[in-house]
Design a protein around this ligand. Structure first.
Ligand code: ADP
Length: 626
């Protein structure tokens, strides 16, 4: 028979499996069992509408069989089976798209990817050097045989097989100095692995074992043995067990396996709702955001079960967008098995459950914030952005739910603070919640305005993410304290006396300031003296609510909001020597004053992290003065 080639991606994956030095090779069994269980689910589903496809519920099972003499382990299911197309397209393609992209970025971490994504069927090549699949799909008289010895391809042909379903035979690799593959042919090992990884699978996983016949034996009589079919798994899904009986390791194992995350979860929430809707819920808050989390490819949702049978892989309606990172399982006895997606959306029970989940997650996060601060901060670094987006994109509708979960780094030792903490330690003279925007904490700290506000003894929140300032605009205030950008032109941190003084100064120097403004044309809306800057000669502030940072974000958006400009105000430090020079030049050396105006404006732009339009001109001006 002619050998067919694996698709290129799959070949790479296969190569990785075959040469894997991954220490947890044993996971291959859980992967194959889980495929078998999925296949039975599919058959069960179809039998709901096409009754001829069904078996008695008790007949569905996954059988394991070892043959140490032939070095084979056989995994048989009576699920939906595969047709030729499935064999080519499903087994020829790697399981989780994206896993290879991940791999190519992390060349030296090929070991972790196995645990991270659950590579499915291919993992069998970690332990076997030859794999034979015999399978007969639902509604077919023909069975197929698929065989492969690894990278050089596979063959497909027809074969004899009586029952619908799939039988996978693994020919174990020979043992080496470092690796013991024979262990996977031992009953005790198989039993251990099923318990460890597949205990909750809701179909029996069986193995034929020789049992000593219990009877009265005569003196010296050889014991008799009989073959009995033993069920290795308890079949109680984890989420239906009492939380007291489930160990952390079990929760974590289940999580890795089900949600393809290599890391342990940050938090497990296992709970039960009783009453109108009887419902078991097992939720996980991941430690790390999945690689596609902040892309449009990411789909939120919880797995939805009806009395132990999965009816939807990702039920989006169970999670609000701001908690889209939550993963888990919801099992409700009240949902009908063949309920459609459209019907689910309007299902009252589901709405009640969704509300309860939202409340539960919020409370758990609050608890974490309160009593496991470090953990919460790590969590927030991964998922906080999503919650802020949610506040912004819902125009503040979720504000009450979320404002107490948001944290920011601040000038207070650069540590994270909640808004509540911030407000509670505001000095009496402080009227607003001050924030400064910039690319990084370092850049924000270099802003003259940040320094000015801090010099007053006020704490400044550091907004380093695109969404921060937009989110603050939507929040408007917290506990009646308005948010205020330190770069806002009308920031109010001076005493009445200081304000009066600078007002007079600006009035008496109006002609000079107008002259400077005239040099800068439309670039700035206003030029004025200020007395709040410490040592800086100039800074750039804005009028009217759009800050220069917001402008940067808007400009970076494709198509969208381009053309919205911040109204810039050039502020000159009246206490700086440069102010004296400007005053001295006015009316005496206007040419030089023109150059000064341009240079000061360029400096102000650079200080607040903006680029300048004409660097050559700036350079020439500076050189002339030198
Ligand atoms: P995954 O299970 O994550 O989709 P796998 O590589 O394990 O990835 O399997 C690929 C596909 O092959 C499955 O989605 C399924 O369609 C098919 N498949 C694998 N094992 C079986 C089986 N025992 N019975 C029927 N189909 C199977």
């Amino acid at each position: 028979m002619r050998k067919k080639q694996f698709k290129t991606e799959s070949k790479k994956m296969l190569d990785m499996m075959i040469n894997s030095i991954y220490t947890h090779k044993e996971i291959f069994l859980r992967e194959l069992i889980s495929n078998g269980s999925d296949a039975i689910d599919k058959r069960y589903f179809r039998s709901l509408t096409e009754t001829s496809f069904g078996l008695e519920r008790s007949e569905y099972k996954i059988r394991l069989e070892t043959n140490p003499d032939e070095r084979t382990l056989k995994i048989t299911d009576n699920g939906c089976g595969m047709d030729k197309n499935d064999l080519e397209n499903n087994l020829g393609v790697i399981a989780k798209s994206g896993s290879l992209e991940f791999k190519s970025e992390n060349e030296d971490e090929d070991i972790d990817i196995i645990g991270q994504f659950g590579v499915g069927f291919y993992s069998a090549f970690m332990v076997a050097d030859k794999i034979t699949i015999k399978t007969k799909p639902l509604g077919s008289d023909i069975a197929f045989i698929w065989q492969s010895e690894g990278v050089d391809g596979y063959t497909i042909g027809e074969c004899e097989k009586d029952d619908i379903g799939t039988e996978i035979t693994l020919k174990m690799k020979e043992d080496t100095e470092n690796e013991n593959y024979s262990v996977f042919l031992e009953e005790s090992k198989i039993r251990e692995l099923v318990k460890k990884y597949s205990d909750y699978i809701h179909y029996p996983i069986t193995m034929d074992t020789e049992k000593r016949v219990e009877k009265e034996y005569a003196e010296g009589e050889e014991p008799e043995f009989e073959t009995v079919e033993e069920t290795l798994n308890s079949m109680v899904p984890l989420w239906k067990r009492s939380p007291k009986e489930v160990s952390e390791e079990e929760y974590n194992n289940f999580y890795h396996e089900k949600f393809f995350d290599f890391e342990d979860p940050a938090k497990v929430i296992h709970t039960k709702f009783e009453g109108t809707s009887n419902c078991n819920i097992l939720l996980y808050i991941p430690k790390k955001a999945p690689f596609d989390y902040y892309t449009k490819d990411f789909e939120k949702g919880l797995q939805l079960y009806s009395s132990g049978v999965m009816i939807m892989e990702k039920c989006a309606d169970l999670l609000p967008d701001y908690f889209s990172f939550v993963r888990g399982v919801v099992d409700s006895a009240d949902l009908s098995l063949n309920i459609s997606r459209e019907m689910l959306q309007h299902d009252h029970q589901l709405k009640v459950i969704a509300k309860a989940i939202e409340k539960k997650v919020k409370n758990e996060l609050k608890k974490m914030l309160k009593s496991e601060r470090e953990k919460y901060e790590q969590f927030f670094a991964e998922f906080g952005r999503q919650m802020k987006y949610a506040i912004y994109s819902s125009y503040g509708m979720n504000k009450d739910a979320l404002e107490d979960l948001i944290i920011y780094k601040s000038s207070n030792e650069k540590k994270y603070v909640t808004l509540e903490e911030y407000v509670s330690r505001m000095p009496e003279s402080q009227s607003s919640i001050y924030y400064a925007s910039g690319e990084s904490v370092d850049k924000i700290e270099m802003l003259p305005q940040t320094k000015a506000v801090m010099a007053k003894g006020y704490e400044v929140l550091y907004f380093t993410e695109d969404v921060d300032e937009f989110c603050a605009k939507i929040l408007v205030q917290y506990k009646e304290k308005p948010f205020k950008n330190v770069s806002d032109g009308d920031i109010d941190i001076s005493t009445e006396e200081e304000k009066e003084k600078i007002k007079k100064e600006n009035e008496s120097e109006k002609d000079l300031l107008d002259f400077i403004k005239a040099q800068l044309g439309d670039s700035v809306a206003e030029v004025k003296f200020t007395n709040t800057l410490e040592d800086y000669p100039v800074c750039l502030s804005t009028q009217g609510g759009i800050s220069t940072e917001m402008q940067k974000v808007l400009e970076s958006q494709p198509g969208g909001m381009n053309g919205i400009k911040a109204a810039e105000v050039l502020e000159i430090n009246v206490n700086h020597k440069v102010a004296e020079s400007l005053k001295a030049l006015y009316g005496k050396d206007d040419e030089k004053l023109k150059s000064y105006a341009k240079i000061l404006y360029a400096q102000a732009r650079l200080i607040c992290g903006l680029s300048i339009e004409n660097p050559t001109e700036l350079s020439n001006l500076v050189c002339e003065l030198m």
